[in-house]
Design a binder for this molecule. Structure first.
Ligand SMILES: [Zn+2]
Length: 198
C-alpha cells in the first residue's frame, strides 16, 4: 500500500532539512502524526514566529530580533576587534567565551570551489566594506578548521592585510577538520588566547 499523499508530502519536505535522511524523515513524520494537536500547533507556530521575527543584523549579519543586533549595539564591547566566523551558530559558540569582548562578522559560509561557492557567494565584500568604514585594529579569523575553512581564512587574510589591519587565526587546540560550532568554551577560549598572526 502506498502512503497517503499528505504524509508523502510531509516526508518529502522534512527530508530536505540538513542531516535528515529518508528514514529519519519518515520517523519524524509519523511521530508528528501521533502528536496531540496542541503540540503540533506549538511546533508550527514556533517555526513561523522565529522565521518572521528573525532578521540579519545589517552590521555583522548575525540572526537577530533587532537591527543592529544586541552585540553590535552593546556600547560596553571592545569595538576595535572583529571575530570573523562562518555561521550564526559559530558566533554563538564563540560568544560563550567570556574573555572575548570584541565584535563579530558572519561570512555566511566558506569558500568551496567543488561546490561552486566563490568569493561573491559569501560576504567577503560586505566584510571589506565594514573594515573600511570602522576603526578596526585586529581581525580574528575563526572559520572552521576543515579545508574550506582554512582556504577561506587564507583568502580573507590576504585581502585584510592589504587594508593594513592585523589578521590573526585561532591557535592550536581546535580539532583539525572541526566545526567551531561544536567546540567547547574552554577550547575556543584557549584558541583565542593562542591566536597567531597570519
Ligand atoms: Zn550585529
Amino acid at each position: 500500500m502506498n502512503r497517503p499523499q499528505s504524509v508523502e508530502r510531509m516526508i518529502e519536505i522534512i527530508k530536505k532539512l540538513p542531516g535528515v535522511g529518508p528514514k529519519m524523515a519518515e520517523r519524524l513524520s509519523y511521530h508528528i502524526l501521533k502528536m496531540p494537536q496542541p503540540e503540533v500547533d506549538r511546533l508550527t507556530d514556533s517555526i513561523q514566529k522565529a522565521r518572521q521575527i528573525m532578521k540579519y543584523c545589517s552590521v555583522c549579519y548575525n540572526f537577530s530580533e533587532q537591527d543592529p543586533c544586541q552585540i553590535c549595539s552593546d556600547a560596553a564591547r571592545e569595538r576595535s576587534t572583529i571575530c570573523v566566523v562562518e555561521t550564526p551558530q559559530d558566533l554563538i559558540a564563540v560568544s560563550k567565551v567570556k574573555d572575548y569582548q570584541g565584535l563579530y562578522f558572519v561570512l555566511g559560509g566558506a569558500l568551496s570551489p567543488l561546490d561552486a561557492v566563490g568569493p561573491d557567494d559569501i560576504r567577503i565584500n560586505e566584510l571589506i566594506k565594514r573594515l573600511k568604514n570602522a576603526n578596526i585594529s585586529e581581525v580574528i579569523i575563526a572559520t572552521d578548521t576543515d579545508s574550506k575553512g582554512e582556504m577561506t581564512a587564507v583568502y580573507v587574510a590576504e585581502i585584510i592585510k592589504t587594508l593594513g589591519i592585523k589578521v590573526t587565526r585561532l591557535g592550536y587546540g581546535l580539532p583539525v577538520g572541526g566545526d567551531i560550532e561544536y567546540a567547547d568554551e574552554v577550547t575556543i577560549s584557549r584558541a583565542i588566547a593562542g591566536r597567531q598572526e597570519m
